[in-house]
Write a protein that binds this ligand. Structure first.
Ligand SMILES: Cc1cc2nc3c(=O)[nH]c(=O)nc-3n(C[C@H](O)[C@H](O)[C@H](O)COP(=O)(O)O)c2cc1C
Length: 341
C-alpha cells in the first residue's frame, strides 16, 4: 500500500460527514496541520557503512514485546467506518504483532475486543466520566479481561470545537449509536471536568494496572503525573482535535523526555505517517509512537486485513529507514540521527 493514498481511498468510501469527523481538527486546524509538518522539520543524519544485514524493529512497551515501536492509538466509533468495528482493528493489529489501545468510546464491548484477539497485548483508554461507578466498572472489566495498561486521556475535560462537525451538523449515524448503546462502556460523553492527577492513583489501585497519561505536552505535567503514580506518558495534542494553537507533539517531545529523565517510558502520537517519522520520534527519545487516523482509513478500506496491511507497511518502511540510517536495532536510533531545520 501507498500510505499517502489511503486517506483518499477512504474518503471516496465514507459519507462526507464521517470523513470530516475523522480528518478534521479544532478551530482553524493550525495544530492539525503542524502535527504533520513538525516531523518534517526534523531531518535525518544517516550513518554509513554500518552492518545492517539484519535489521530488527522489535522492542518492548511497558515490558511487553511488540513487533515494532508502532502502536494503535485509541480512536472512537470504529463501526462508523466499517461494520466489523473494533474487533477487526484488534485482529489486524494482532496479526501485525503489535498493540491496540481500545477507546472508551468504542462501538464494541470490552469483551468483544478482548475475544477478537485473545493473545494479543492491548491497552484500555479511559475517560473518567461523572458517574465514577461507570468508569470503575469498565476499567475493572478491562483488567479482568487481560488488558495490560490503562491510558488516561488528560486533554479532554471538554470537547474541542471542531468546525467541520459544526458546519456539517454532524451526528453519529443511527447504527453507530445503536452499537454504542449495546456496549458495557460509559454511554455518556459526560467527561468529568474535575478530573486531576489524583485519579491516576485511583485507577491504578482499582485495577492494579499501570496507568499512562495521554495528552501531556509539558515537562512539568509529565513529572506531576509520574509523582501521582503514572507509569508513563503519551505526548499528544489529540491529533489537533482539542486546543487549536497547541504545540505539535514533535516539538513538545524533547522537553517531556528531558523532564522524565529515563524514569518512565514516553510515547508520542500525532501526524506519524511514515516509517521515517518513527525514526524521528525514537531519536527524540520516544519509546514508541501511536497512530490514529491512518488506522481508521485502513479499517474503512480493508477491515481487519486493511489494518494489518497498514501496520505491515509501516513496519517495512521503518525497517528500510533504519537500514538507511545505519541502525540495525531500535536501541541504535539515538538523538544524533536528527537535526532540526
Ligand atoms: C476520529 C478520532 C477519534 C478519536 N477518539 C479518541 C478517543 O476516544 N480517545 C482518545 O484518547 N483519543 C482519541 N483520539 C485521538 C487519538 O488517540 C490520537 O491522539 C490522534 O488521532 C493521533 O494523531 P493522528 O491521527 O495524526 O495519528 C481520536 C482521534 C480521531 C482522529
Amino acid at each position: 500500500v501507498d500510505l499517502g493514498r489511503l486517506e483518499e481511498e477512504a474518503r471516496a468510501l465514507l459519507p462526507p460527514g464521517s470523513y470530516d469527523y475523522i480528518a478534521g481538527g479544532a478551530g482553524d486546524e493550525t495544530t492539525l496541520a503542524d502535527s504533520v509538518a513538525a516531523w518534517d522539520r526534523l531531518r535525518l543524519r544517516p550513518r554509513v557503512l554500518r552492518d545492517v544485514s539484519a535489521v530488527s524493529t522489535e522492542t518492548t512497551v511497558l515490558g511487553e514485546p511488540v513487533s515494532m515501536p508502532v502502536l494503535v492509538a485509541p480512536t472512537a466509533f470504529h463501526r462508523m467506518v466499517h461494520p466489523d468495528g473494533e474487533p477487526a482493528t484488534a485482529r489486524g493489529t494482532a496479526e501485525a504483532g503489535t498493540l491496540m489501545t481500545m477507546s472508551t468510546r468504542s462501538t464494541s464491548s470490552i469483551d468483544a475486543v478482548a475475544s477478537a484477539a485473545p493473545d494479543a497485548p492491548r491497552w484500555f483508554q479511559v475517560y473518567v466520566v461523572t458517574d465514577r461507578d461507570q468508569t470503575a466498572r469498565s476499567v475493572c472489566r478491562a483488567a479482568e479481561l487481560g488488558f495490560r495498561a490503562l491510558v488516561l486521556t488528560g486533554d479532554t475535560p471538554l470537547l474541542g470545537r471542531r468546525l467541520r462537525d459544526v458546519r456539517n451538523q454532524f451526528e453519529l449515524p443511527d447504527e453507530v449509536v445503536a452499537a454504542f448503546e449495546a456496549t458495557d462502556l460509559p454511554h455518556t460523553l459526560d467527561q468529568d471536568r474535575g478530573v486531576t492527577v489524583e485519579q491516576i492513583g485511583w485507577l491504578r489501585d482499582l485495577t492494579g494496572l499501570p496507568v499512562l497519561v495521554k495528552g501531556v505536552l509539558r515537562g512539568d505535567d509529565a513529572v506531576a503525573c509520574l509523582e501521582a503514580g503514572a507509569s508513563g506518558v503519551v505526548v499528544s495534542n489529540h491529533g489537533g482535535r482539542q486546543l487549536d494553537g497547541a504545540v505539535a507533539s514533535a516539538d513538545a517531545l524533547p522537553e517531556v523526555v528531558e523532564a522524565v529523565a529515563g524514569r518512565a517510558e514516553v510515547f508520542v502520537d500525532g501526524g506519524v505517517r511514515r516509517g521515517v517519522d518513527v525514526v524521528r520520534a525514537l531519536a527524540l527519545g520516544a519509546r514508541a509512537v501511536l497512530v490514529g487516523r491512518p488506522v481508521l482509513w485502513a479499517l474503512a478500506t480493508g477491515g481487519a486485513d486493511g489494518v494489518a496491511r497498514l501496520l505491515r507497511t509501516l513496519r517495512a518502511e521503518l525497517e528500510l529507514a533504519m537500514a538507511l540510517c545505519g541502525a540495525a536495532r531500535v536501541e541504535e536510533i539515538t538523538d544524533d540521527l536528527v537535526v532540526r531545520t
